[in-house]
Unconditional design. Sequence first.
Length: 382
Amino acid sequence: MPLEFRRSWNDEEVESFRDSWVRFVETEMQPHDEAARKRGHVGHQLWRRAGELGFLCVDIPEEWGGAGGDFRHEAVLHEEMARRALSGMSIGVHSIAAHYLLNHGTEDQKRRFLPRLAKGELVGAIAMTEPGAGSDLQGVRTRAERHGNQYAINGSKTFISNGYLAGLVVVVCKTDPNERARGISLMLVETADCAGFRVGRLLDKIGRKAQDTAELFFDDVRVPADNLLGGVEGQGFYQLMADLAYERMMIGVGALAAMEGAYRATLDYVRQRQAFGRPIADFQNTRFKLAEVATQIAVGRAFIDRCVEQLLEGALDAASAAMAKLWASEAEGRVIDELLQLHGGYGYMNELMIARMYADARVARIYGGTNEIMKEVIARAL
């Protein structure tokens, strides 16, 4: 029985890093999660504390202020939060914003922003989605018009993770409205004292209550021309596409870890909870359901681990990353639904982790590209 769900990419150094991160999660994050869920965000202090301890931008090179690790270290962050239904810190979005800078930014942009992201002085967000443009990023309407040595940004964004706390927003804009993909550019907007920038309401989601998701408004926001990511107009769509495998693997890793955490929590519950004079774990239905879940997790672990290894080698293709996101997010929904059922009525109560996991899992089939888009990506590679 795969109770430990060992990872093929682990080594002693990664496990030591995991131990340090688990201590942080259990002492600095977990005790305050209920308050963060009620508030709708974790606050800046937690981000700064994580930065002080070296838990942000863990796979960014040390020369740019990061920890100098690799995707394994990033995976550890997602796994240990997901296993505990801790969604308040959207470290994935923060890291993706940092990777846009690392992979596509100018030397000056990397120098100005990466060390501050690593320290938690800036929380990173990515403003893609608009009220009328979701998966079809080529249809964005937010404009960035050049005026001398500045750009003026006008438009609005919605469903922006980290949007309420963001200090640096990577904004997907049209610099040429007559083009589709070739008309898109990414602008770096530092939000502090930024005239014309406004954070709208914190959005009321069915899950991930501690993670701030907001509307953002740009009303003639002026940014230096030096804040055009990479310094060349029309590269935004290709910059976004280049890091999709990285983003989708984060989702796959987190989904599988959530399944593992839900499985362990359910094992504990059914061994303690009694019905008809004996533990629920003794019933054949319970044992068969747990056997099915354990098998799905074991199979998923083999596939996700292989994809992680390929990502580390630089060999992960877009279709495989889409498969990882598609399979893991779909399996997460199925598995957590089955495990919630074993909790009976208590599984429907938000005080139990399994209930929060159930609500949190649903968005994994939507963000990072909907699963319908994943199927298109895979089908094109057949």
